[in-house]
Design a protein around this ligand. Structure first.
Ligand SMILES: [Ca+2]
Length: 498
C-alpha cells in the first residue's frame, strides 16, 4: 500500500512539474529586406568600399553571424522576394522565369506559416510579389498571404517623398513606366502621408508595432525598405548636406509626366557617376540610421535577446543607382556574383554565435526553413533551402550548400556547385548603361563561362577551356534542375486572383 502511495505521489509530482515548467518562449522574428544594396556597401565586411560606413547595420553582424557567401535567388527584386518568403525556387511556378512570378494559392508564405503557429504578423514597406498591383483583392497582397497588418506598397518601387493621393493623378499608367507608383496602403485601405520619407515612415511604423506588443505572443515583423533602390537621389536634406550633394527638386506636375521624371533620374543623364555614388551613400546613411532606431527600440523593450533578426538585400547592387559590388563583377540584372551575392546577416543572441563570420554558402531559400526551426515549427512542406542554425553553430556547410544551387532569370542562368560556377549572362540593355557598369560587368559577358569562386570570386579567369568535364557536369545539373522546375508547373498553376 505504502508502495502504491509512493508511486502515486511520484506521478503527481511529475505531473505538477510538467505543468509548472513553462513552455519555451518562441522568439520574435524580424526580417529586414533592403533593396539593391551592394556587396561592398556594408561595413561589417572586410571588403567594404572605403567611402561607406554602416555602423548600425554592423551591430547585427556583431551580435550574430555575417554571411560572406550568401545568395539571393535572382538578380532582381520580385523573383528574389518570392524565394525569400516561400523557401522555394520561384521557378517552380513561374514558367517565364522572369519578373513578378506572383504567388499561387497553394504556396504558403513565411507569414502564413508563422501566423498559423500563433504569431502576430506585420508587414511594412515593399511587397512586390506579382503583377496585380494596387489591389487588395490579389493573392499577392500582404493581407491575403498571412499578414495581420500592412503599411506599404504593392509594386516594385516607390517615390520616397510623394506619398499622398497626388501620386495617382501623376501616374495614369500603372502598368507602364511608372508602374512603380501607386498609393500606400494601410491594411487594405489607401492612405496618404505628407512631409515624410519612406525610410523614416516605415521605421516609425515598425517601432510602433514593436511598442504595441505587451503580452507573450511572439511577433513576426517584416520590414522591407525601398532603400537603396532608385530614385536614389531622393534623400532628406540633412543627409544631402552631409554628403555634399544638391537637392534635386521633388517631382512636380510642372516637370511633365512622372514617367519622364522617373526615367531621367534612374539613368546617368542628369546626375554624374560621382554624384550618384554620393546620393547613394546619403540614402544608405539614412537607412542605416533608421536601422539604428529600430535596434534601439528593441533594446529599450529588452527584446534583442529573444528576437531572431535576419537581414538580407534582395539582389546585388545597381551601379546606375551608385551601388558598389567590388570585388565582385557584374550588378543587379546579371548572373555574375555582383547580381546575386548579397549583404546577408543573422542575429539571435544566446542562440547563435556572436561576431561570427560564416563563409559556407547560404541562400535566401534558407530563410524560411531557418525561421521555422527557430520558432519550433515543424512543417512538412518541401523547401529548396534548409535551416542553417546547426551548420552555423558547428561551422560546417549545410546540406543544401553541398548540392548545386541554380539560378535563371530571363535568358541569364548560373549553377554553383562547390567552388565551381557555370554562368551565362548577357548585357542588360547595354545602350543605356553607363561605362561604370560595363567595367563592373567583367570581361566574360555574352558567353558561357566557368569560374572557381574560391580562387576567383571576381570571376575574371574563365576556366571553361581548361575544365570541360566540370563545365559539362554543371551544365547537366542545370538541365536536370530546369526539368524538375517545369515538371512542377501544373501543380502550382492556379489563379492568383481569388
Ligand atoms: Ca531589388
Amino acid at each position: 500500500m505504502k508502495h502504491i502511495f509512493a508511486r502515486a505521489a511520484c506521478f503527481v509530482s511529475i505531473l505538477l512539474s510538467a505543468c509548472t515548467t513553462a513552455p519555451e518562449k518562441k522568439p520574435n522574428i524580424i526580417l529586414i529586406v533592403t533593396d539593391d544594396q551592394g556587396y561592398a556597401d556594408l561595413s561589417a565586411y572586410s571588403h567594404v568600399s572605403k567611402d561607406c560606413a554602416t555602423p548600425n547595420m554592423d551591430r547585427i553582424a556583431k551580435s550574430g553571424v555575417l554571411f560572406t557567401n550568401g545568395y539571393a535567388s535572382a538578380p532582381v527584386c520580385s523573383p528574389s522576394r518570392a524565394a525569400i518568403y516561400t523557401g522555394k525556387y520561384q521557378q517552380r511556378w513561374d514558367s517565364a522565369m522572369y519578373w513578378s512570378p506572383g504567388l499561387p494559392q497553394n504556396v504558403l508564405t513565411l507569414a502564413e506559416m508563422l501566423k498559423s503557429a500563433g504569431y502576430i504578423t506585420q508587414k511594412v514597406g515593399k511587397s512586390d510579389f506579382g503583377k496585380h498591383y494596387h489591389t487588395a483583392r490579389a493573392r499577392e497582397f500582404p493581407t491575403r498571404h498571412g499578414y495581420d497588418h500592412f503599411l506599404g506598397f504593392s509594386a516594385h518601387a516607390h517615390d520616397y517623398f510623394l506619398l499622398d493621393e497626388d501620386i495617382e493623378k501623376a501616374t495614369p499608367d500603372p502598368y507602364g513606366p511608372s508602374e512603380a507608383l501607386g498609393r500606400l496602403f494601410r491594411d487594405t485601405a489607401k492612405e496618404s502621408f505628407r512631409n515624410t520619407y519612406t525610410t523614416d515612415l516605415f521605421t516609425d511604423e515598425a517601432i510602433r508595432f514593436i511598442n504595441r506588443q505587451q503580452g507573450d505572443t511572439p511577433f513576426f515583423l517584416d520590414l522591407s525598405y525601398n532603400a537603396v533602390h532608385h530614385l536614389i537621389h531622393e534623400v532628406p536634406q540633412k543627409y544631402l548636406d552631409k554628403w555634399g550633394v544638391r537637392k534635386i527638386p521633388d517631382y512636380d506636375t510642372a516637370y511633365g509626366k512622372y514617367a519622364q521624371y522617373y526615367w531621367d533620374y534612374t539613368q546617368v543623364n542628369k546626375i554624374t557617376d560621382e554624384e550618384m555614388r554620393r546620393y547613394y551613400l546619403a540614402n544608405l546613411n539614412c537607412l542605416d540610421d533608421n536601422i539604428g532606431r529600430l535596434l534601439q527600440a528593441l533594446q529599450a523593450r529588452h527584446m534583442l535577446e529573444n528576437t531572431l533578426i535576419i537581414f538580407v538585400s534582395d539582389n546585388g547592387g545597381e551601379p546606375l543607382s551608385g551601388a558598389n559590388n567590388l570585388p565582385l563583377c557584374g550588378s543587379k540584372y546579371t548572373m555574375h556574383e555582383g547580381g546575386i551575392r548579397v549583404p546577408f546577416m543573422m542575429s539571435w543572441p544566446g542562440r547563435l554565435p556572436e561576431g561570427k563570420i560564416y563563409g559556407h554558402r547560404v541562400s535566401a531559400l534558407d530563410i524560411v526553413p531557418t525561421t521555422l526551426e527557430a520558432a519550433g515549427i515543424s512543417d512538412t512542406a518541401k523547401f529548396d533551402g534548409v535551416s542553417v542554425l546547426r551548420p552555423i553553430k558547428e561551422d560546417r556547410p549545410s546540406q543544401a550548400a553541398m548540392a548545386p544551387l541554380c539560378f535563371q532569370f530571363d535568358k541569364h542562368y548560373a549553377v554553383i556547385d562547390g567552388p565551381w560556377k557555370l554562368v551565362h549572362t548577357f548585357d542588360y540593355n547595354p545602350a543605356n548603361r553607363p561605362i561604370t557598369s560595363q567595367i563592373l560587368l567583367g570581361a566574360h559577358n555574352n558567353e558561357l563561362a566557368l569560374y572557381n569562386l574560391e580562387q576567383d570570386p571576381g570571376e575574371r579567369n574563365n576556366l571553361i577551356e581548361r575544365e570541360p568535364a566540370i563545365a559539362a557536369k554543371l551544365k547537366e545539373h542545370f538541365a536536370q534542375w530546369k526539368a524538375a522546375m517545369r515538371a512542377d508547373h501544373p501543380h502550382y498553376r492556379q489563379a492568383a486572383m481569388r
